[in-house]
Each structure stands twice: as C-alpha cells, then as structure tokens.
Design a binder for this molecule. Structure first.
Ligand code: UD1
Ligand code: MG
Length: 444
C-alpha cells in the first residue's frame, strides 16, 4: 500500500511565515506526525505533495523513505493527488491501494486507518466519514438507499444536502490503478473552480465499484489545523493521550493536565511526576524516580530511585546514576553523575564527570566555557565541594578531596586533602563605620 500525504495548502489563517505543516505539535511538525503514522502502517511508498512554503517543507522533513511531488499552482485536492501518481502508480504492483492523508491532520490513529484499509479490501473505494453535530464547511456524504453515491462540497450543496450530517474527513483508500484512471479526467466546473478529489466517488459508483465507509473512534482523530487555536486544542488532546498512556503503564501523575511530553518518555515502575514538568527528546526515568514540580528534562537518563527538582533542568547528555538528588535551581548539561551523589541547590554542572557519593554544595559552578572552547571537569568519588565554588575546566578533583567554600579552582585538587583558595579572613581592630557627611549649604 502507498500513502499520499497532501501538504501543499497555504494555511493563511495561521498568520505565520512558517508553512502550516511545519508548525510543531508536541515538538514535532504536523506533517512529521502524519509521516510517522504512514511509517507505522508499513506503507510501501510515502509521497508528500508539497507546494506552499516550497522547498522549506521538503528540506525540514526529507528522509530516504520519502518521495516528494511538487504541486504548483495548487488547483485542488484531486489535482494534488494527481501530482503523486507518477511516483506511486509507477512503482505500484497491480492490486495495490493508495491511502490519502492530510499533512495538517496530525492525530489520526493507526488503528482507525487499519480499519479503513481493511474495509477497502484492495478492490473498493473506502472513505473515512464521521457523523457530526455541525457539518458546516465539510463535504457531505450523499447516500441513496444507504449506499454512498457521491460527495458534495459545502459550497456546491443545496439546502437538503447541507442538512446531511455525515461528513467527509478527506481521508480515503482507493485502488491505485483506479486512481490513475480517474484523476486525469476530473473537471473543475464547481463553485470553487478546483479539481476535487471527492469527485472520484461518483466515478467509482458509475463503474460499479463499491464505495464503503469507516469511522474514526474519536472526533479529534480527523480534526485539522487551520489556526493557532486549533493547533493548541489538538496539542491538549495529544498531551492528554500521552498522560493517559503513562498512567495506564503505572506512572503516577500529580495532574494529567499539567505534564508536557514533546518526544519519548520511557518510565520504569513506580515513577512519580509532580505538576508542570516538560520532557523533550528522549528521556528515560528508572524505577522509583521522583520528578518534583516544575522541571524541564531533555534527552536525559535518570537512574533508579533518583529525585529531581523542584525547579531543576536536565539538558541533553545528562546521565544520572541511581539514588542521585538534583535539587532546586540546578542545571545539568552533558554530564554524568554517579550513584548516591547530590547537588541539591543552585548549581551549574556542565561537561562534568562526577563520581559516586559526591556532595556538590550550593552555588557550585563548573566554568566549562572560555568563550571559545568547552572543557571537562572531573570530580572523583567521595568528593565534598563547599558552597559557592567555581571549577575552572579543564580541572580534576581527586578522590575524597574537600574544596573549601568560595574556592575558585584553577588547578587540580589532590585526593583526600582540603583545597581552598580565598583571601585570609581578617578582623580590623578599631575600625568605625563611615558616618553621614553634613549636607552642603545652598549659597543663593
Ligand atoms: C476537503 C474535502 C472535503 C472535506 C474536507 C475535510 C475536497 C474537494 N474536499 O475540503 O470534502 O470535508 O477536506 O477537511 O477534497 N491541498 C493540497 N493541494 C491543493 C488543495 C489542498 O495539497 O491544491 C491539501 C491541503 O493542504 C490540505 C488538504 O489538501 O491538507 C485539504 O485541503 P483543504 O483546502 O483544507 O480542503 P477543503 O476545502 O477543506
Ligand atoms: Mg480544509
């Protein structure tokens, strides 16, 4: 089976310079969601019809398994699918089918599409339709004695047709050979002067090909994005779905409405996540991990029993061992922190390798960047770092060493010793606080 994804439309109502299908939902382009759905279906050829936004769309999402067909100008959905036929029909084995998806409809479930494909059975035209309370704007499914006879677009419909509440979602499956036969013959004598893909329904009926329907399980599966409002609404639907899947797998969420997963979140057993946490890229949380409120984690691995937050930020390349504590206002980047180590308050740990049972005091900063290059800080096992310490990389703190509070470490600290760099404390005998000077007199 081949998949054609229509993504050439403009998306005026987004009021944006970014092509509509590149707007992100859960951190991934709308079109990226649709492409991934096609991949999950195990599609033979995936052809994206693009046009508005030009090569930017292609450049953003190109991959070896994708074919691209440029539609210029955009003369309607039938014209759009026609552009893909040289790619899809040419390589299609006889008896193959083509599934048409929309690049701005991101959340269609694979299960639903599998039911549609099964209904098509390789020799029928199958439409994904829905019964809605307000059908305005959609193409209507016209039936006679229960059988689909054609689709009429809102702008071409009379009052009786406008009253039909079964709508065309736009998603359909057709035998590839039939599509190749029908599409070049479509006309555009309709209210919009467009080549309508929907006109193939009447052509199938005329040929005696059965037209069947399947329906999405939920309305949001076939909702498209035309505005920032609709984008935000589908983002919430998606996040709710992700939260439900996490809870079904045993994760405790303080509030399923206050978590955002923009990527893949892999959780062990008995993971607890408090409110307002954002997960980006691939994040792995081991058994018993607790993420407290207001944390941001991106491409990070957190070992079993560790505690992160509140208000912590784990940036890409963070690897925490087990029973590690990362507290409030601690940022970790491209660093590994081994078992039982703690950085509980106010720290920046970047490009660091930190051993086991290390205590990182409040206000510790790894100075990893000299303005041009980045260097590593190595902190060996059992080190104690006093508060307000700067480690100017590259630098190593030997096993069991203690750094006194306020130290600016520019050379390696030997193991098992106290290293401290700060001015000696003095008390000045007889020192007086300055007194206020008398106000100058005005001479006028
Ligand atoms: C289309 C259907 C309508 C259905 C509705 C569902 C037709 C004629 N009508 O209407 O029955 O109820 O979708 O939302 O098919 N596109 C292109 N090139 C074009 C035109 C469109 O790639 O020349 C793409 C758009 O980017 C979009 C999709 O096709 O992803 C649908 O286009 P849109 O203009 O939204 O179609 P509607 O008029 O809403
Ligand atoms: Mg539309």
């Amino acid at each position: 089976m081949n998949v054609v994804i229509l993504a050439a439309g403009q998306g005026k109502r987004m009021h944006s310079d970014l092509p509509k299908v590149l707007h992100p939902l859960a951190g991934k382009a709308l079109l990226g969601h649709v492409i991934d759905t096609a991949r999950e279906l195990g599609a033979g050829k995936i052809c994206v019809v693009y046009g508005h936004g030009g090569e930017r769309v292609r450049a953003a999402l190109d991959a070896p398994d994708l074919a691209w067909a440029r539609q210029e100008p955009q003369l309607g959905t039938g014209h759009a699918v026609l552009q893909a036929m040289p790619v899809t029909a040419a390589s299609a084995p006889t008896g193959s089918s083509t599934l048409v998806l929309y690049g701005d409809v991101p959340l269609t479930r694979v299960d639903t599409l599998k039911r549609l494909i099964a209904a098509a059975g390789g020799d029928k035209l199958a439409l994904l339709t829905a019964h809605v309370d307000n059908p305005q704007g959609y193409g209507r499914i016209v039936r006679s004695e229960g059988l689909v006879t054609r689709i009429v677009e809102e702008k071409d419909a009379d009052d009786a047709e406008k009253a039909i509440r079964e709508i065309n979602t736009g998603i359909l499956v057709a035998p590839t050979a039939a599509l190749a036969r029908w599409l070049p013959g479509l006309g555009n004598r309709n209210a919009q002067g467009e080549y309508y893909l929907t006109d193939i329904v009447a052509l199938a009926v005329a040929e005696g090909m059965p037209v069947v329907t399947a329906h999405p399980a939920a309305a949001w599966e076939t909702e498209g994005v035309n505005s920032k409002l609709q984008l935000a609404a589908l983002e919430r639907v998606h996040q709710r779905n992700v939260a439900e899947a996490l809870m079904e797998a045993g994760v405790t969420l303080a509030d399923p409405a206050r978590i955002d997963v923009r990527g893949e979140l892999v959780c062990g057993r008995d993971v607890t996540i408090d409110v307002n946490c954002v997960f980006e890229g691939r994040v792995v949380l081991g058994d018993g991990v607790r993420i407290k409120a207001n944390c941001v984690l991106e491409d990070a691995v957190v070992g079993a029993g560790s505690i992160v937050g509140p208000f912590a930020r784990l940036r890409p390349g963070t690897e925490l061992g087990s029973d590690v504590h990362i507290g409030n206002f601690v940022e970790v980047k491209n660093s590994s922190i081994a078992d039982h180590s703690k950085a509980n308050h106010l720290a920046y740990l970047g490009d660091a390798t930190i051993g086991s049972r290390v205590n990182v005091g409040a206000g510790t900063i790894t100075c990893n960047y000299d303005g041009a290059n980045k260097f590593r800080t190595v902190i060996e096992d059992d080190v104690f770092i006093g508060s307000d310490t700067q480690l100017v990389a590259p630098v190593t703190v030997g096993r069991g060493a203690t750094l006194g509070a306020g130290t600016t470490l520019t050379r390696d600290a030997p193991p098992d010793q106290l290293t401290v760099s700060r001015a000696k404390q003095v008390a000045v005998p007889g020192w007086k606080r300055p007194a206020k000077l008398p106000k100058p007199q005005n001479k006028d």
